[in-house]
Design a protein around this ligand. Structure first.
Ligand SMILES: Cc1cc2nc3c(=O)[nH]c(=O)nc-3n(C[C@H](O)[C@H](O)[C@H](O)COP(=O)(O)OP(=O)(O)OC[C@H]3O[C@@H](n4cnc5c(N)ncnc54)[C@H](O)[C@@H]3O)c2cc1C
Length: 447
């Protein structure tokens, strides 16, 4: 078995194939092991049951959703048994009250990637770094594949029974983003490892695979706009988890989404607005009560505004709404429209008035009362694409007639439609599909 990618999906698939009797070669395109997994916040969570999955991810694949929620506890035990350090149980996260799971301690690089690499190597597995999987061809019969891998000296052909694609999605590829996310996709900032550029997706397509639904969906966050510098170490502290309490304007000076649904929904919505550029507006009361504080439990005394300033980002501040609108105008916002939008919005927050906002605001209904008034220019940071390769519940890649493509498996963010705007957890999806893909890869010849 060959596995492409050493994120959580690839590592888990490699070990589970190995434990099912396969000889496994694990190829990593980058020099470092761990992909986006190693950068992540380490919240291994998903939704508690299929009903909640159907409510939060109504457009997701119900079969894969069921696998995710039903396998989760077994998957977590499997990780523990392989040396991964899971903290106390989590019930509810600020950005998803229904979340259930654990945090990987102290972080994913040391608490998960390292022990999994050790377990794989102790079982006789080999990891090749700086070695991308480039192509796959079928050899004479249905039980053999020939895989082209890149090496420091050129290319090499390796034969195998099956190939697991776990290359982490296509958020790093401008061509695929333009195709599926559209006109403003080149304004998006990458909030992930740089190597996940759709290799798995393209390789599968060239080998006859079908695409999942939800190709335009992604998980991401609002991040400070240029001139802010978004370094990987600040991917978490610069994410606007607090935006569900703010007002989000576009360059036309209009609201376009119910901000209270959550920052990742606002990020998807902003990707389709002019220049994919927005402005988070709030007042002093909102700053004190909702912007500063605990948005993610392991960042308890977090001040997002300080993080933005440290990254050389901009925060507009004014003593009146008129002055704030004027400052927004200097950023290219239609200031007449912005003034109308903010006034209408404030009026609609009055509990004695009917909310007649063109874009309703269902919760976190805070008025703009207390100066200073603030606005943060924001762009979209893309963490991973939610559409991708079509698979069945055994993680076998499917063709356009929904028949398995012999020998080809996919796992993690390469798999499409486990989340689809509604989000059910990235690490959990990598774990569950990794386990299933590894077993299927080891048993491929027996099918
Ligand atoms: C800042 C940040 C915070 C996050 N926090 C959380 C969180 O708290 N909870 C959560 O559930 N999710 C979180 N996520 C999302 C989560 O990290 C991902 O969903 C998950 O890691 C995906 O795992 P993966 O194995 O599919 O991909 P990755 O971990 O990205 O691994 C893919 C690997 O494939 C390699 N690769 C690419 N192309 C090739 C090729 N051709 N051949 C060989 N190798 C290749 C890449 O170099 C990479 O190492 C976060 C992500 C980020 C960036």
């Amino acid at each position: 078995v060959i596995v492409a990618g050493t994120g959580l999906a690839g590592l888990v698939a490699a070990i589970s194939a190995q434990e099912d009797g396969a000889r496994v070669l694990l190829c990593e395109k980058g020099v470092d092991i761990g992909g986006s997994t190693a950068m992540s916040g380490g919240y291994l969570w998903t939704l508690p049951d299929v009903q909640t999955y159907a409510r939060i991810v109504p457009r997701g694949d119900p079969v894969l959703g069921r696998c995710l929620v039903e396998d989760f506890n077994t998957g977590a035990e499997w990780l523990r048994a392989h040396g991964v350090r899971l903290g106390n149980p989590i019930t509810g996260l600020p950005f998803e009250p229904a979340a259930t799971g654990f945090r990987i301690e102290p972080d994913t690089a040391t608490g998960a990637v390292l022990p999994l690499v050790d377990a794989f190597c102790a079982g006789g597995g080999r990891i090749l770094r700086g070695t991308p999987v480039l192509r796959v061809d079928r050899v004479d019969n249905h039980h053999a594949l020939s895989v082209v891998i890149g090496t420091s000296t050129g290319k090499k052909l390796v034969g195998c029974q099956s190939l697991v694609l776990a290359t982490g999605g296509f958020q790093g590829d401008s061509e695929l983003l333009a195709r599926y996310i559209g006109r403003w996709s080149d304004r998006l900032a990458l909030r992930a490892n740089v190597h996940s550029v759709g290799d798995g997706y393209r390789l599968a397509q060239n080998f006859g695979a079908a695409s999942s639904r939800g190709l335009s969906a992604f998980y991401g966050h609002l991040m400070p706009a240029a001139p802010a510098l978004i370094e990987p170490a600040a991917y978490r502290s610069l994410a606007a988890f607090y935006s569900s309490h703010c007002i989000l304007l576009n360059l036309d000076g209009e609201r376009f989404t119910d901000e209270s649904r959550g920052d990742h929904f606002s990020a998807i919505a902003l990707a389709h607005q002019p220049e994919a550029t927005g402005f988070l507006v709030f007042d002093e009361e909102c700053r004190v009560q909702h912007v500063i504080g605990t948005h993610v439990p392991d960042m308890p005394s977090h001040d997002p505004l300080r993080a933005i300033r440290a990254a050389l980002g901009v925060i507009l501040e004014a003593s009146s709404l008129e002055q704030l609108v004027h400052l927004l105008g200097a950023w290219g916002v239609n200031s007449n429209a912005a003034e109308r939008t903010l006034t209408e919005y404030s009026r609609a927050m009055d509990p004695t008035q009917a909310d007649r906002l063109p874009v309703p605001r269902r919760s976190n209904r805070h008025s703009l009362n207390q100066p200073p008034y603030l606005a943060i220019p924001v762009r979209v940071g893309i963490t991973f694409t939610e559409g991708g390769i079509l698979i069945d519940e055994d993680c076998r890649v499917l063709d356009r007639d929904h028949r398995p493509v012999p020998g080809l498996l996919a796992a993690g963010a390469d798999v499409g439609n486990i989340s689809n705007e509604g989000y059910a957890g990235g690490l959990a999806a990598a774990l569950i599909t990794g386990l299933r893909a590894g077993i299927s890869a080891a048993r491929w010849g027996a099918w």
